[in-house]
Design a protein around this ligand. Structure first.
Ligand code: C2O
Ligand code: CU
Length: 514
């Protein structure tokens, strides 16, 4: 195995990814940033220089489990102090499995401002996948956005911004086209179609559909795991997911074919594609995915602990927040990992975060998921779930109505530090007595990101066997920013010596010797 070194310069630059000039965060002058390529078992070293001048930074390696290096997971407030402007931070981790992964900023909403890219891990030389192809092409789909001021406290975004229609461009490999006239501004005035107009703020459409004209695609891999091949015309893909598809270039060679993405789950302004509000084909694709025969890693037969997570919105101090079991998540100023690991802080944990554990479920028998939440007892909290090391955990994500009547959104949930088995999806309210009987325990896929469909539920299982502190959250940046996440601690006493480079903020200041 080799060590791959990268040196990154992160800064703001004016770019026009969608025909309109705006500030985006670049890595070595690029957005998306450079692709990290490595072989299974290699060590990746990334030296990040924060030249954003006025903003902190942290970078997460999405899909890399960080076994033995939980301090390099790159989540500000959870695993490290932010990299302050002018500072350099070195990430170092092993890429232990082949597949396509992502990296992106994990501070504020910087991911949507352009700091993201791909990590491609190939099989060691001489080994090959159980399918053949001639060329390998990578496509990254994402929603572009405009500049959001970072000095605003969480929750500053009034809700109506998110109720507006698609003003953000869809980008393929960082390029797209944004129709400024779509909200009535003269296109000659680029300033008006730019940053400061609150109507341009990014919002939460991260459910996309990908299609190549005249070609079917065979899905062979998802989130770094081989799946039983299946054919699609449209691939539904959610923020934080990765897929590999095989495409046969067998059509008329005298012409070109378009590849396109469309918004689903919110009313789009983009042409063609499947009907935006029809969730059935999306649920059908979710259910159709199975682990590939011969590569199945079966889940433990039963869980040791079971957690139910109701996904709703609540009004807290006049602001609309996302909440899980009526608790809206906030990050502490001292990262959990350091507080839980370092002796000097361990006796003062109550100074770092709320010690009362978050709710293990919600009042499912009496809750109506089809009406707006009653907004009782909604709070913000930074408390965390502490899991017994080595146990098997089941999570049921339950979707419900938002504050707006007749509205339930898609939420792609991403777990740090683990892959989980996807046991099942359903529509309506999860029934704890009957639905577990329908779980797929034979050949469920393993993933790190899974969609929760509108008014539906998604059940996953994972083993709490990676010592560290791990975030589990909706991968739509603005949703997480508004409280849609939780944190798990497991086996923190087994974590090795923390590097001093992750310290320096909050109560960790005193820990670094001068
Ligand atoms: Cu790709 Cu915590 O996220
Ligand atoms: Cu969400």
């Amino acid at each position: 195995a080799k060590t791959r070194y990268y040196k990154w310069d992160v800064k703001y630059e004016f770019k026009s990814p969608d025909c309109f000039k705006k500030l985006v965060i670049t890595v070595n002058g690029m957005s998306p940033g450079p692709t990290i390529t490595a072989e299974q078992g290699d060590t990746v070293v990334v030296e990040v220089a924060n030249n954003l001048l006025t903003e902190n930074l942290a970078i997460h390696w999405h899909g890399i489990r960080q076994i033995g290096t939980p301090w390099y997971d790159g989540v500000e407030g959870v695993t490290q102090c932010p990299i302050v402007p002018g500072d350099t931070f070195v990430y170092k981790f092993v890429v232990d499995r082949p597949g396509t992964y992502l990296y992106h900023a994990h501070y504020g909403m910087q991911r949507e401002e352009g700091l993201n890219g791909m990590i491609q891990v190939s099989l060691p030389r001489g080994q090959s996948e159980p399918f053949a192809y001639d060329f390998d092409r990578s496509i990254m789909l994402r929603i572009g956005s405009t500049r959001v001021p970072m000095n605003k406290p969480p929750g500053w975004l009034p809700f109506h911004l998110f109720g507006s229609e698609n003003l953000s461009p869809l980008l393929i490999n960082g390029r797209g086209r944004f129709n400024c006239s779509s909200f009535g501004t003269p296109t000659s005035d680029s300033g008006a179609c730019n940053a400061t107009n609150p109507e341009c703020s990014p919002f939460c459409v991260d459910s996309l559909n990908f299609e190549i004209e005249g070609h079917n695609m065979t899905v062979v891999e998802a989130d770094g795991h081989l799946v039983e091949p299946f054919e699609v015309k449209n691939l539904f893909i959610y923020s934080g997911e990765t897929y590999s598809v095989l495409v046969k270039a067998n059509q008329d060679p005298s012409r070109n074919y378009w590849a396109t993405t469309n918004v689903v789950s919110r009313r789009p302004q983009t042409p063609t594609g499947p009907v935006w509000n029809d969730t059935k084909p999306r649920v059908a694709q979710s259910i159709a995915i199975r682990a590939r025969e011969g590569f199945i890693e079966p889940p433990p037969a039963t869980p040791d602990r079971w957690i139910m997570l109701l996904n709703t919105q609540n009004r807290i101090d006049g602001y609309i927040k996302w909440a899980i079991n009526n608790v809206s998540f906030t990050l502490p100023t001292t990262p959990y990992l350091i507080a839980l690991k370092e002796n000097k802080l361990r006796n003062n944990l109550h100074k770092v975060f709320n010690q009362r554990p978050p709710p293990n479920g919600y009042d499912w028998q009496n809750y109506d998921i089809y009406t707006p939440p009653p907004n009782v007892n909604a709070t913000t909290s930074n408390s965390i779930y502490r899991l017994r090391f080595g146990t098997t955990i089941d999570i049921v994500l339950q979707n419900a109505n938002m504050i707006n009547p007749n509205n339930s959104e898609t939420h792609p949930w991403h777990l740090h530090g683990h892959d989980f088995w996807v046991l099942g999806y359903g529509s309506g309210k999860f029934d704890p007595f009957n639905d577990p009987k329908k779980y797929n325990l034979v050949n469920p896929i393993m993933k790190n990101t899974v969609p929760l469909h509108p008014y539906g539920w998604t059940a996953i299982r994972f083993k709490a066997d990676n010592p560290g502190v791990w975030l589990f959250h909706c991968h739509i940046d603005s949703h997480f920013f508004m409280g849609m996440g939780i944190v798990f601690e497991e086996g923190v006493e087994r974590v090795g010596k923390l590097p001093a480079s992750i310290m320096g903020c909050g109560l960790t200041k005193g820990l670094i010797s001068p």
